[in-house]
Design a protein around this ligand. Structure first.
Ligand code: ADP
Length: 746
C-alpha cells in the first residue's frame, strides 16, 4: 500500500456514526462544501468507523453533496462498530487514513462516536508507530503523525452537556408531536388514556418537551422520578380529570424513565399499575419513527452551520479536539473531551440515583421548563392559590395581529400559570375589537386544555386600527373589568396598541397598570427579541413547500423564484434559503441592484452549464425591492439565463401563516408566556406600574422597559439594520455555488 507523507495540508475525511439523526446530511453538506472552499481534498468514509476499518472511503466533489439537505438519515451511511472499540480495529483505521493522506477527521455522531474520535486522535501517533515497527508502513513515509479531530453532535436525544442543540432533536420532536396530535383526536373521541413511550436514552429532553408541546397530563422522565405513590396519583388525576371534563390523557414516558428506587419504569408497567387501579389505557411506542423522516427547518439550518463550524475548528490550530455547539442561540465550539465527560457524568449520576446532579447538567432553563410542565398538567390550580378572601389580582390578556402559530400555547400558559399563582385571567376576545367593544370572560383552568395543536388564536385576534374615541372605550372597559395588569401577545400592531395605552396613562388612570407585550409574528421582526412566536412554524411551512416545489421537476432544468413573507424583515427569507440550499436570497435589509441580479443570472447559468444540476432556487422576501419584484426577477432569469434553465415562480402567501404550530413555537411560547405572567405579577406585588416588552436574546429571556422601544428599529423601517442572523445570509451563496463557478465571475 503506497503511503503518502502526512503534511499539515493533508486531506480531510468526514463520517457519520452511531444512531442516525435527521439533519446529518445538512451537516455533511455544510462541512464538505466549506472544506472544499478552504482548499481541502475531501473524503467521505461510508458506514461510520466500520467503513474506516474496511477502507470504504471515496473522494467527494461539490456536486456529490448536492440535493441532500432535505433528506432524512445520512447519505454516507452510519454504523456501530465493535471492532473500532478495539485497538486492533483502530490500527486498521489508521492505516487507511494514512493511505489517503487524511490528517483531519470530522465525526458526526453521539457521545460514543465522539469518544471514539478522541480515542483515535489520542492514539494516532502510537498507532502509526506500531504500523511502522510491524513493517506495515515504512518509517520514512510518515512525517509528523498527527490527526486533528472535530465533531458535530448528531443525536436525537439532545443530551450533550454544553450544547443547547444536537442534530436531529428538533426533527424527532416534530415526529413525536405530530403523533401526539394524531393520538389526541382518537383519544378525544373515546375519552381514552394513552401512554406514549418516546426515545431519548437516559435523557428526558424529548419526553419533557413533547409533554409541554402537546399538553400531556402525565410525564415520566429519568431526571425527575415520580414519588413512591405515583400510580395512585396518576389514577386520581385521570379519574378526577374525567369528572372535570378532560377527554384526553396523554402520558409521556421517556424510554429511560425510572421510579424513585431507580428501577426502570416503562409504558407496560405504567399500564399495569393503572389497570390494577381500574383505569384502562393504551400504549403507543413511537420507536424508530422518531428518527426517520425529513429534517425540520431548524435541523437543516443549524446542522449546516455546525458543518461549517467543524472546518473552522479544524483550521483554527487548537491543541484540543473541538465540537460544534449551540450556546446562547449562536453556533460556536467547545472542547470535545470536557463536553463528553460532562455528558457521561450526567449519565453516571442518573445510574447512581443522583437525580439532582443529572437535572443540573440539563441546565436551569430546562429545570424551569420541567417545573412549568408539572403545574401545567394539573387538573386545577393548587390549593394555596384558591384560599383567602382577599380580592384576587386580575390579569387581562389579548392577542393582536395576524395569525402566528404557537399563540395558543402562550395563552394556555398564561391562563394556567396565572391561575396557579392565585390570579384571575380575563381573556379578551377578538383582540383589539374585544378591547374596544368590551368582549371578555374569566378564563377557567380546563378551558385551554387542548389548545396547543391549533394555529391562530383561540381567543380571536385582529389587527389594531386606530379609531376616534377608541382609547376612551378601552378605558371604560378596563374600569369595569378592574384589571391589575395586561398582557398583549401580538405583532407590531399589538405593540403600537400597547404604546397608545401606555402613553395615554395621564388621561386615563385605568392604563396605569403594569403591561407587557409578548412577540408573536411570523416575520420575526419585533424589537428586543431574536425570536417571535410563529416564525418557526412559518419557516417549516416554507421549507416544506420548497421541498414540494423542487420535487415537481422531473427532467426540465429549472430555476424557481419563491417569494416569502417577512414584511421588512429578511429573517424568514434568509433562514429558508440556508435551510433549503437556495443559491440566492434577496432581503429588504440588503440593498439589491440590477448589477447584482445580472451577475446572479450569469452565475446561475454557469452553474447549470458546468455542474449537472437540475434545479436552482432563489428566495425573495416580499419587500426585498420596490421595483425588482418577484415577476421581474423571474422574467430576468428567464430572459438572460439562456437555454440553461427555464424559470417558474411561486408566491407562497398565507400558507406560511397556517398549520399546526411547530414544537419549537409551542415550547418557546410557553417560555415567553411564563416569564410574562411572572414579571407582571412581580410588578403588581411591588406596585411598579411599568410597561415592558419581552423577548429572547442570545438564548435568554429578556424583559425590556417600554422606554427601550424608542431605541429599537421600527419593523417597518428596518432597511440596513444590523441583524443577528447576518452571517446566515453570507453563508447562503458560499454553500450553494461552487467556488469554481463563483470565481469565474469575479
Ligand atoms: P452514539 O455515537 O450515537 O453515542 P455509540 O455509543 O453506539 O453511538 O457509538 C458509535 C460507535 O462509536 C461505536 O459503535 C464505536 O464504533 C465507536 N465508539 C464509541 N465509543 C467508543 C470508544 N470509547 N472508543 C472507541 N470507539 C468508540
Amino acid at each position: 500500500m503506497a503511503i503518502k507523507k502526512i503534511r499539515s495540508s493533508g486531506a480531510l475525511a468526514i463520517l457519520t456514526s452511531g444512531g442516525d439523526a435527521p439533519g446529518m446530511n445538512g451537516c455533511v453538506r455544510g462541512c464538505v462544501r466549506t472544506a472544499l472552499e478552504a482548499g481541502f481534498k475531501v473524503y467521505a468514509v461510508y458506514e461510520g468507523y466500520q467503513g474506516l476499518i474496511d477502507g470504504n472511503i471515496k473522494e467527494l466533489s461539490w456536486e456529490s453533496v448536492g440535493n441532500i439537505i432535505q433528506l432524512g438519515g445520512t447519505v454516507i451511511g452510519t454504523a456501530r462498530s465493535s471492532e473500532f472499540r478495539e485497538r486492533s480495529g483502530r490500527l486498521k483505521a489508521v492505516r487507511n487514513l494514512l493511505h489517503y493522506n487524511i490528517d483531519k477527521l470530522v465525526v458526526i455522531g453521539g457521545d460514543g462516536s465522539l469518544s471514539g474520535a478522541e480515542a483515535l486522535r489520542a492514539e494516532f501517533p502510537s498507532l502509526v508507530e506500531e504500523l511502522q515497527s510491524s513493517g506495515a508502513i515504512s518509517a520514512s513515509d510518515v512525517g509528523t503523525p498527527t490527526l486533528t479531530v472535530a465533531g458535530a453532535i448528531g443525536s436525537i436525544d439532545n443530551d450533550m452537556v454544553g450544547s443547547d442543540y444536537t442534530i436531529g432533536a428538533d426533527s424527532a420532536l416534530h415526529r413525536i408531536v405530530e403523533a401526539l396530535d394524531a393520538i389526541t383526536s382518537t383519544a378525544y373521541s373515546h375519552q381514552r388514556t394513552f401512554i406514549i413511550e418516546v426515545m431519548g436514552r437516559n435523557c428526558g429532553h424529548l419526553a419533557l418537551m413533547a409533554a409541554l408541546a402537546s399538553g400531556a397530563s402525565g410525564c415520566f422522565i429519568p431526571e425527575m422520578p415520580p414519588p413512591e405513590n405515583w400510580a395512585d396519583l396518576l389514577q386520581e388525576n385521570i379519574l378526577e380529570g374525567a369528572k372535570a371534563g378532560r377527554r384526553v390523557n396523554l402520558i409521556i414516558a421517556a424510554e429511560g424513565a425510572c421510579d424513585i428506587n431507580n428501577h426502570k419504569l416503562d409504558a407496560a408497567q405504567i399500564k399495569d399499575e393503572l389497570k390494577k387501579r381500574g383505569v384502562d389505557s393504551r400504549i403507543t411506542i413511537l420507536g424508530h419513527v422518531q428518527r426517520g423522516g425529513v429534517p425540520s427547518a431548524y435541523d437543516r439550518l443549524i446542522s449546516t452551520l455546525f458543518g461549517a463550524e467543524c472546518i473552522k475548528m479544524l483550521t483554527a490550530d487548537k491543541q484540543e479536539s473541538q465540537i460544534a455547539v449551540l450556546q446562547r442561540n449562536r453556533v460556536g465550539s467547545t472542547g470535545l473531551t470536557a463536553a463528553v465527560e460532562a455528558t457521561r457524568a450526567a449519565g453516571r449520576a442518573l445510574a447512581a440515583g443522583d437525580y439532582a446532579s443529572a437535572g443540573r447538567a440539563r441546565g436551569d432553563e430546562w429545570l424551569r421548563m420541567a417545573g412549568i410542565q408539572k403545574t401545567m398538567m394539573r387538573l386545577s390550580p393548587p390549593e394555596h392559590s384558591k384560599s383567602n378572601n382577599q380580592r384576587k389580582l386580575r390579569i387581562a390578556v389579548a392577542t393582536c395581529g395576524r395569525a402566528a402559530a404557537g399563540v395558543n400555547s402562550a395563552l394556555r400558559t398564561i391562563i394556567r400559570m396565572g391561575l396557579a399563582s392565585g390570579a384571575e385571567i380575563l381573556a379578551i376576545e377578538e383582540g383589539p375589537t374585544g378591547m374596544i367593544q368590551g368582549k371578555a370572560h374569566l378564563a377557567e383552568w380546563m378551558e385551554p386544555e387542548l389548545w396547543n395543536a391549533f394555529g391562530g388564536s383561540r381567543l380571536g385576534a385582529g389587527i389594531y386600527r386606530q379609531t376616534a374615541g377608541d382609547l376612551s372605550k378601552i378605558a371604560g372597559n378596563f374600569r369595569q373589568w378592574q384589571c391589575d395588569g395586561l398582557i398583549v401577545i401580538g405583532d407590531w400592531g399589538g405593540y403600537r396598541l400597547l404604546d397608545r395605552l401606555y402613553k395615554a396613562r395621564k388621561r386615563h388612570a385605568e392604563f396605569a397598570i403594569p403591561m407587557i407585550a409578548v412577540p408573536a409574528s411570523i416575520n420575526n421582526d419585533l424589537p428586543g427579541s431574536e425570536y417571535s412566536i410563529g416564525c418557526d412554524t412559518a419557516l417549516n411551512n416554507i421549507v416544506d413547500a420548497i421541498d414540494k416545489i423542487r420535487n415537481s421537476t422531473d427532467t426540465a432544468k429549472r430555476t424557481y423564484v419563491v417569494e416569502v413573507m417577512g414584511r421588512y424583515s429578511g429573517y424568514l427569507a434568509c433562514c429558508a434559503a440556508l435551510a433549503s440550499g437556495a443559491e440566492y436570497c434577496y432581503t429588504p435589509e440588503r440593498p439589491l441592484s440590477l448589477d447584482e441580479l445580472r451577475h446572479d443570472v450569469r452565475e446561475m447559468a454557469d452553474a447549470f452549464k458546468l455542474e449537472n444540476r437540475h434545479t436552482g432556487l432563489i428566495i425573495r422576501n416580499e419587500n426585498a425591492h420596490d421595483d425588482y419584484s418577484t415577476d421581474f426577477i423571474a422574467t430576468l432569469f428567464e430572459a438572460d439565463g439562456g437555454d440553461e434553465f427555464d424559470v417558474r415562480k411561486a408566491v407562497l402567501g398565507p400558507i406560511q401563516q397556517g398549520g399546526s404550530p411547530s414544537p419549537l413555537d409551542r415550547i418557546q411560547a410557553v417560555r415567553l408566556a411564563y416569564f410574562a405572567v411572572r414579571n407582571l405579577l412581580e410588578s403588581i406585588a411591588v406596585d411598579v406600574k411599568g410597561a415592558y416588552f419581552i423577548g429572547c436574546q442570545a438564548g435568554e429571556v429578556v424583559i425590556h422597559p417600554w422606554s427601550d422601544l424608542r431605541h429599537s428599529p421600527d419593523p417597518w423601517k428596518r432597511t440596513r439594520c444590523k441583524r443577528w442572523y447576518g452571517d446566515y445570509e453570507k453563508a447562503i451563496r458560499k454553500l450553494a455555488i461552487n467556488p469554481e463557478v463563483r470565481n469565474r465571475r469575479r
